[in-house]
Design a protein around this ligand. Structure first.
Ligand code: 4AD
Ligand code: MG
Length: 481
């Protein structure tokens, strides 16, 4: 008799003589009905025990959270709510769970409470559904790139460069913090550090990915990235996963096409393959929204929102057009924004991004051609516009309910322009000699983008806090587990 998963048993056609199943007890009702879950599906299998034939002391140990092994017969269910159930022949308790102390009781817990118990929260329906979807989405991402001729590249985690030039890096060192070796001028002598130089955890694999795009053509990275930004928001993590494709001979328009096609593809994958989990999360969200006043409820359900993204074109809008819209919009005129938009050149805050996607366009928006001085050094400079303003071939993709999901650009491929830009921003040429080499030897137009994986998972699951879509969130003042 081989053990099966709950998913396998529930999708079984007809009955089965001998089945064996292991899982964790969700509930045990009337000393008779065990709802058993093993993580393979959102659904439980009902195991029916005839309590007269079982030792009372054994049945007492069937508590929420206990690991059990059941054998028996799979029959058509007598009751409502399930098509099949197991009539239990043998029952073993593999691991007890003390009902007095087990935190995950069969009742509604707050997400804050479950975050503090993140090691057990995937025993709940919501978190098991979210994490199965996370897994499925990451598979769909690899599948998409694999089917489209991309090579998967592992960029280094420890690096000497600050790809974004934003200085939000975690240092990596083996020096003694209390007594580091010093230079004559009193600064720390990193020549004596492990790598013989200053190093940090990567904020982005982009620069290294560019080197491989300029030889393998189409590459992508999908790995952890680290940012020491002190942002305590529902959308920022200190450790998050990023997908970064990089393609040679592709311009900004091609980059937008790729990003849009890619996102639609991975979202349709989960619509196809994760129906039950999505339906569960869709229901959860609808119940949550029922508590809100009508005006705050969304017009679309979770599944409708995902389908909408899959079926409709993203709106492509230049920064200059966006500024005009924002300057003339009601919340700006009535001074409702925290940061008022007065002139071209202003950096967009999330309140502006949300206005554009949620109120004005009501769909995903690709904003492009940003002012050069609010974007990173590596972005391709455009010819100045009719008013002499300098923009770069940058693009950000904004999503309803999320804000910025993707940041990308065409890269500056001209050596002289790049060097000038680095000089102006005080970026060390010697540190990035290898990056400059790409512009010396066979340079070409190339582009790429970075998609924050957790923000995609948030959109796909309807979860409102980024801490609830990654197993163990790292945020300021928190690195538990
Ligand atoms: O816009 P960002 O900073 O772009 C880059 O890092 C480029 N080097 C990417 C590239 O062109 N290859 O980050 C890209 C995306 C953002 O749009 C956002 O979705 C996500 O990464 N992101 C974060 N997600 C969670 N927590 C944070 N602290 C994040 N910072 C950025
Ligand atoms: Mg960005």
């Amino acid at each position: 008799m081989t053990s099966k998963t709950v998913a396998e048993l529930l999708s079984q056609d007809g009955t089965l003589q001998d089945v064996s199943i292991k899982g964790w007890v969700r509930t045990f009702r009337a000393n008779r009905f065990i709802a058993l879950n093993d993580g393979s599906t959102i659904n439980n299998i009902q195991c029916v025990v005839d309590f007269e034939n079982f030792d009372e002391a054994l049945l007492k140990r069937v508590t929420t959270g206990a690991a059990i092994h059941v054998t028996g017969e799979l029959v058509e269910s007598q009751g409502k709510g399930q098509s099949v159930e197991i009539v239990v022949k043998t029952l073993d308790v593999l691991g007890d769970s003390d009902p007095e102390t087990y935190p995950i009781q069969p009742k509604k817990h707050t997400f804050e409470f479950l975050r503090a118990n993140a090691h057990l929260r995937t025993r709940t329906n919501t978190f098991s559904a979210v994490m199965r979807l996370r897994s499925s989405l990451s598979f769909a991402i690899h599948k998409y790139f694999n089917e489209n001729g991309f090579n998967y590249m592992h960029t280094p985690i420890v690096t000497g460069s600050d790809a974004e030039g934003a200085g939000e890096m975690f240092k990596v060192t083996t020096l003694d913090a209390k007594n580091p070796p010093l230079n004559e001028d009193g600064t720390v002598n990193y020549k004596e550090d492990f790598f013989g130089k200053e190093t940090n955890l990567t904020v982005s694999g982009q620069l290294e990915a560019e080197t491989y795009a300029m030889s393998l053509g189409k590459v992508y990275t999908f790995g952890p990235t680290f940012r020491a930004e002190n942002s305590n928001t529902t959308r920022h993590l200190a450790e998050f996963w990023m997908i970064e494709p990089e393609v040679a001979f592709m311009d900004l328009a091609g980059n937008m096409d790729l990003a849009e096609d890619f996102m639609k593809s991975v979202l349709s994958y989960i619509l196809e393959n994760n129906k039950e989990d999505l339906e569960f999360l869709d229901n959860r969200l609808q119940k949550e929204e029922e508590k809100l006043p009508q005006a705050q409820r969304s017009d679309m359900s979770l599944i409708e929102k995902i389908k909408f993204v899959v079926d409709n074109n993203f709106k492509r809008v230049s920064y200059t057009e966006a500024i005009e819209i924002l300057r003339n919009c009601k919340p700006n005129k009535k001074k409702k924004f925290n940061y008022l938009i007065n002139e071209w050149g202003a950096d967009l805050q999330s309140e502006h991004e949300r206005f554009l996607v949620e109120k004005h366009f009501k769909c995903p928006v690709i904003l492009f051609d940003y002012p050069a001085n609010i974007k990173a050094f590596y972005m391709r400079l455009n010819e100045p516009d009719s008013e002499g303003r300098e923009t770069v071939r940058a693009m950000d993709i904004l999503f309803p309910g999320i804000g910025e999901m993707v940041g990308g650009s065409q890269r500056e491929e001209r050596l002289d322009v790049l060097k000038e830009k680095m000089k102006a921003l005080d970026i060390d040429e010697e540190e990035l000699w290898w990056y400059l080499d790409l512009r010396k030897y066979g340079t070409a137009v190339h582009s790429g983008f970075g998609l924050g994986f957790e923000r995609l998972v948030m959109f796909a699951t309807g979860m409102g806090n980024i801490r609830d879509v990654i197993p163990y969130p790292r945020t300021p003042q928190n690195a538990e587990f």
